[in-house]
Design a protein around this ligand. Sequence first.
Ligand code: AMP
Ligand code: MN
Ligand code: MN
Ligand code: MN
Length: 277
Amino acid sequence: MKKVDLHCHSTVSDGLLSPADLVRRAAAKGVGLLALTDHDDVSGLAEARAAADECGMGFLNGVEVSVTWNEHTIHIVGMRIDPGRPELAEGLAAIRRGRAERALRIAQALGEAGFAGALEGAARQAGNAAIIGRTHFARYLVEQGVARDVKTVFQHYLVRGKPGYVRHQWASLEEALGWIHAAGGVAVIAHPARYRVGRNELRALVTEFKERGGEAVEVACGGHSAEQVREFGNLARHFGLLASSASDFHGPGESYADLGAVPDLPEGLVPVWRDLV
Ligand code: AMP
Ligand code: MN
Ligand code: MN
Ligand code: MN
């Protein structure tokens, strides 16, 4: 059985491989169906699809939309979107403008914490990426010898309560779902284990997501324990949501899981890709 992986990142956002290299690596790892889901941008999809066609690998257009819900940052994946639809394209462009403004504030905060040149450094790390994200700041600080890896930089400098963290207002859940649906896509709650919400608040999120027409949740994620896969499988079943399968791969050595290295979906769930391919 070929593997399914519907969540990963290229150099268009904060991944380390170009869209084509990412696709070739996925094919080599036995992935038969891949979605590229860069943060807030769709400009890698054409290159990825062309590479997937060359490899004879199934491919779905995706995007990972940054959302603020109840003061929490939540990620909603849009699956099998038409990237040319104006509602989605304009919505993502607005998020990217917000990101650029946030990058200035992150750099200022890091400057006050004693790290000069962070904006230029992060921009250099981002290269031709369509966005600047915290990962680019983290890679710059690793390069500067501030910590040994990206994960450690996040823990000490870039998460809530740490000196380089700034609050930011992303899109609303309603907007994200509206754009994804306007683009003919299916909406998926990304990596539910990674939000700092309790059980009740997570249920409130899923309830609102479902009421607004959201379709699926990432049940099998890179980095999810077997118990978490069961827990989110039960959540999907309870709410009548489809289930997705996702590595959230960013690059060799920088991710919870390699491409396609995703646990199996529990029995009895409907895979989100069933009606998409
Ligand atoms: P941003 O959307 O710019 O705030 O950055 C979010 C990205 O940062 C995520 O998609 C991950 O790639 C990365 N990230 C977030 N938290 C961590 C963490 N604790 N360790 C390593 N990477 C992280
Ligand atoms: Mn990322
Ligand atoms: Mn995410
Ligand atoms: Mn992701």
